[in-house]
Design a protein around this ligand. Structure first.
Ligand code: ADP
Length: 401
């Protein structure tokens, strides 16, 4: 069964074609600058060279038409005809409190995703554009939505209610939702496989550290707490996002500089984090390089990040009343031996002991255990694979219907 996995942004579209249940990716690609001058498609049939097309792409429907044509293309395609395509699985960022698992998209689901637009004003409209474009292009193709927030719907109220007047929760749905759920789910379950233990018996902290980062407590296979919240700013320091900040400081800055909410939001999302502290880069590779050359702010960023991650792991160990494994994933988690080492260094008292040799070797998409043999808490690096989760959920839902 062939399944198209789609991740639609406001001006981009990433796709992978899966052959299920073999879990094999046969083609993948990226459409960039949709609706903007200079749009292009990069398409790769797995095992062949990538093809790049510079073409005008006015909207997501045009983009999807190109994708479908490339999938059917005699030289670069992987489908003989469209009837081979069984379903499309979409990454949808926000499912609010409505969706705790993936669903087949129908009119009501579209309405519910629409209702969540105020909660994810940048992402949900783009996801909806992709869903609607696909519906127009291939009206009979089943479509499935897989939500970034769904995995965290198991959090108890004590973990998601903020200490604000309760009416802000009931009126504005103001609570912690958490994000990167598909990634946390994937790496936690993969870690259980690697440890050869039932996930029900494991207390795991998963650290998704990319341009956006979140740390999650996965107790017995379910999320019981996560560091992102109502939005994607809190938790640990990120590339351009601040992480946790005292809200009264934000109000003070707004007053002092006469900033309106949109301007302050820009500061918190785009001008803070590694970039805001150093003025060098939002990319940790550049920060680590500057640190090696003795740049003090870059050194401070690395210290703030490692300290922040270690504090969350400590907090979630208390929340779960125990810890069996720590999992690192995403760009930083999969590649930065420096950050992993510094984080583990704080946690020796919990029985976390990282093997420096194994840690240094674990980069570039490798998967495995980096803890010392006598470490009572296992430390794992697991490259994330959100697309595979989307393909599997889509396959399962389509097979059932
Ligand atoms: P996104 O959240 O956009 O999916 P990624 O998961 O690709 O992002 O992570 C991007 C981050 O990973 C960047 O901060 C980048 O610097 C970092 N990163 C990638 N490779 C390395 C590396 N070798 N060493 C340190 N950081 C790395």
């Amino acid at each position: 069964m062939k399944i198209l996995v789609l991740n639609c942004g406001s001006s981009s579209l990433k796709y992978q074609l899966f052959d299920m249940p073999k879990e094999m990716v046969t083609a993948k690609g990226l459409v960039e600058r949709i609706g903007i001058e200079g749009s292009r498609i990069k398409h790769t049939k797995v095992g062949s060279n990538a093809v790049v097309k510079d073409v005008d792409i006015a909207n997501h429907k045009v983009a999807l038409k190109y994708v479908v044509d490339l999938l059917l293309d005699e030289n670069n395609g992987v489908l003989e005809n469209l009837s081979e395509l069984a379903a499309a699985g979409h990454r949808v960022v926000h499912g609010g409190e409505k969706f705790a698992s993936s669903v087949v998209i129908d009119v009501e689901v579209i309405e519910a995703i629409e209702e969540c637009v105020p909660l994810a004003p940048l992402h949900n409209p783009a996801n909806l554009m992709g869903i609607r474009a696909m519906k127009e292009l291939l009206p009979d193709l089943p479509q499935i939505a897989v939500f970034d927030t769904a995995f965290h719907q198991t959090m108890p109220p004590k973990a998601y209610i903020y200490g604000l007047p309760y009416r802000y929760y009931t009126t504005y749905k103001g609570r912690r939702y958490g994000f990167h759920g598909t990634s946390h789910y994937y790496v936690a379950y993969r870690a259980a496989q690697l440890l050869e233990k039932p996930i029900e018996d494991l207390k795991i902290v998963t650290c998704h550290l990319g341009n956006g980062s979140s740390i999650t407590a996965v107790d017995g296979g379910v999320s019981i707490g996560t560091s992102l919240g109502f939005g994607t700013v809190p938790g640990v320091i990120m590339g351009t996002r601040s992480g946790n900040v005292d809200p009264t400081l934000i109000l003070h800055i707004m007053e002092q500089e006469g900033l309106n909410p949109a301007q302050m939001s820009h500061v918190l999302h785009k001008e803070s984090g590694f970039w805001g502290l150093t003025g060098i880069s939002s990319d940790l590779r550049d920060i680590e390089e500057a640190m090696e050359k003795g740049n003090e702010r870059a050194t401070l960023v690395v210290e703030i990040l490692a300290y922040g991650i270690a504090k969350f792991i400590g907090a979630y160990t208390a929340a779960m009343k125990g810890l069996d494994a720590i999992v690192f994933t995403a760009g930083i988690g999969e590649n930065s031996a420096l950050i992993r080492n510094k984080v583990c260094d704080y946690l020796g008292f919990l029985g976390v002991h990282c093997d420096p040799g194994k840690n240094d070797e674990m980069t570039g998409g490798k998967e495995g255990d980096i803890s010392k043999d006598d470490s009572s808490v296992k430390v794992l690096v697991v490259p994330t694979n959100e697309e595979l989760v989307i393909a599997k959920d889509t396959y399962q839902l389509v097979s059932q219907s």
